[in-house]
Design a protein around this ligand. Structure first.
Ligand code: GLU
Length: 570
């Protein structure tokens, strides 16, 4: 009304100018959403911020952050690895799942990780060298997501990483610590030359490190698109490094690399109390197992219990046992083996599973549910502490959201380094024993197959389809329990995202109950033992990063104090 009055009268001309100027200043601030990014490294968070400030989307920002993480957090993730990305579109309310998981080469066989005597190789014997390297999926997955949701030209998203690789960054305490703890990097000349000083010592904290090879690789992909990575000299160098590795050469070929496809999949969404929780479908077990844990816990009033209390930890541990029992037998790459996804998430089935939980006694090792014919589970593995992998969250100014977990699997992956980046060892996420009792297991290796993951990028919506919460974590097969903790903290206990992330970690993968050492949980070790839990204390170094939007539109982020992450809000 005021605007049309001002528009009509000549006498109001100066006022009109003032009004328009005021509108110009105020309108964008009111209409634009705020921006938020949480990644595992300050350089990566700043790169995402820079890209969004230039008008980029959440996907553009995620690309910029992933490229910088390849450089500054090389132990965790990178263009030599794979990732899963969930995207929330604020206009349609749709959550889409992008699968950039590595694939096994055509030369892969179910018994590739068995020794001549038929027994499985030792873990590091399998990890280090060429045999464990799958076709990297990150670049093609980001390309696919960018085609759907990019706002800036693809090449521009590489700007911050090219700059930093050229000008250099300072080695962080965590990078230094992980180089120092590693005994395999020195076996390979490229990694040896990059991660150690002239005297052969691990690069000290604060050392300025440049990576001109990686800058050149980024420039090639920025200019030539994903194709520059999957065909031509970069792909040839990857295949050569794997096939001619001095330790455990593999079969990965340029044909395997050229054939790689990222997949757009239907996100796995289920109701949990008054929310809708969306995760990644197989080949990760993350989405399914997180949703099973929540679905089992829905039979209990968690909000009546205290987080970290004996009762709550007992209940969550028992629900986790049941979910991990199903995970072990049923989950593999659903493009290769039938995974009974709907049956596993059917509310009646989950209520039956919940009825197996006794408040006064641990059930010990949980049996898998009888959902379909299957091979028995390989014995639950306690696994290694996941020190690799990274999770990032971006909320852009349109309100679109990315929740992405990315990994080269073990810290520094296979240790093979090509053109400034490390190659993954993701194939060791396949079952080493391909059969149990003479029957094939769901997660046995096969050509073109994707190894089962635990990565659990998650997005939670309200019942109107509005974005409420995004979270995820590294941590190997413990990822699922870390993410469940952060979800329960926010959804059942109403904690803000940072407090939910800070809650002490506890893990049960259908074996021991692990409690985070040095936290208040130590005090409940004895009472849990009295309930029959086999309790151990461990460091449980999650790397949870998350963002929430409250009903009033306020956004907030959280970064895990256990690693080196940073939240930037603008
Ligand atoms: N390779 C693991 C997975 O895909 C992640 C490893 C880690 O978090 O350290 O589940």
């Amino acid at each position: 009304m005021i605007a049309s009055l001002l528009a009509r009268s000549r006498a109001f001309a100066p006022l009109r100018v003032l009004f328009l100027a005021w509108l110009f200043l105020v309108w964008p601030a009111e209409a634009a959403e705020r921006f938020l990014v949480a990644t595992a490294n300050p350089h990566a968070s700043r790169a995402a911020q820079e890209i969004v400030t230039m008008g980029g989307s959440a996907v553009d920002a995620a690309i910029a952050a992933q490229m910088v993480l390849t450089l500054v957090e090389p132990q965790s993730s990178g263009i030599g690895g794979g990732a899963f990305l969930l995207h929330y579109d604020s206009e349609t309310g749709k959550v889409t799942a992008y699968d950039g998981r590595e694939t096994a080469p055509a030369g892969a066989t179910p018994d590739m990780f068995l020794k001549a005597d038929g027994e499985p190789k030792g873990f590091y014997e399998a990890v280090v060298g060429g045999l464990s390297v799958g076709v990297p999926g990150v670049v093609r997955m980001l390309d696919l997501a960018h085609r759907d949701h990019g706002k800036l030209p693809w090449g521009r998203d590489f700007g911050p990483a090219v700059r930093l690789a050229t000008l250099g960054f300072r080695v962080s305490p965590r990078l230094h610590e992980l180089i120092s703890a590693d005994s395999h990097l020195k076996s390979f000349p490229a990694a040896h030359a990059y991660f150690y000083d002239a005297a052969g010592r691990p690069l000290a904290v604060g050392t300025k490190l440049t990576n001109p090879d990686l800058a050149a690789t980024f420039r090639a992909i920025a200019a030539g698109g994903a194709r520059a990575f999957y065909e031509g000299p970069i792909a040839e160098d990857i295949a050569r490094a794997v096939r001619h590795a001095t330790i455990s050469p593999g079969t990965l070929s340029t044909a395997d690399i050229a054939a790689y496809e990222a997949k757009r999949r239907e996100a796995l969404c289920r109701d949990y109390r008054e929310w809708r929780v969306c995760g990644m479908p197989p080949p990760t077990s993350g989405g399914l197992t997180v949703l099973q844990i929540l679905g089992i816990l829905e039979s209990f009033d968690l909000s009546a219990l205290q987080p970290g209390s004996v009762e709550a930890v007992h209940l969550i541990s028992e629900a986790s046992r049941l979910a991990y029992a199903d995970r072990a037998v049923y989950i593999g790459d659903s493009d290769f083996v039938p995974v009974p996804v709907d049956a596993m998430l059917e509310p009646g089935y989950l209520a039956e599973r919940a009825a197996l939980i006794r408040p006064d006694r641990s059930m010990g090792e949980a049996p898998a549910g009888l959902l379909q014919d299957r091979a028995e589970a390989p014995p639950p593995s306690e696994g290694y502490e996941g020190r690799s992998t990274t999770h990032l969250v971006v909320v852009d100014q349109d309100g679109d959201v990315v929740s992405m977990t990315s990994s080269i699997e073990n810290a520094f992956g296979s240790r093979l380094m090509v053109r400034g980046f490390l190659l993954n060892n993701q194939l060791t996420d396949f079952a080493f024993r391909p059969t149990v009792g003479g029957r094939p297991v769901a997660n046995a290796a096969a050509p073109g197959k994707r190894p089962r993951s635990s990565m659990s990028p998650t997005i939670v919506l309200d019942r109107e389809g509005g974005f409420r919460y995004a979270v995820g974590s590294p941590g190997g097969s413990r990822i699922i329990t870390y993410v469940a903790k952060a979800l329960l903290g926010a959804l059942d206990w109403g904690l803000d995202v940072q407090t939910a992330i800070d809650l002490p970690n506890h893990v049960n993968r259908n074996g021991r109950t692990e409690l985070e050492a040095g936290t208040a949980l130590e005090a409940i070790a004895e009472p849990l033992r009295a309930l029959g839990h086999d309790v151990v204390l461990d460091s449980l170094t999650s790397g949870l990063h998350g963002a929430t939007r409250a009903a009033d539109g306020t956004i907030a982020g959280g970064a895990d104090p256990r690693r080196e992450g940073m939240v930037i809000e603008d």
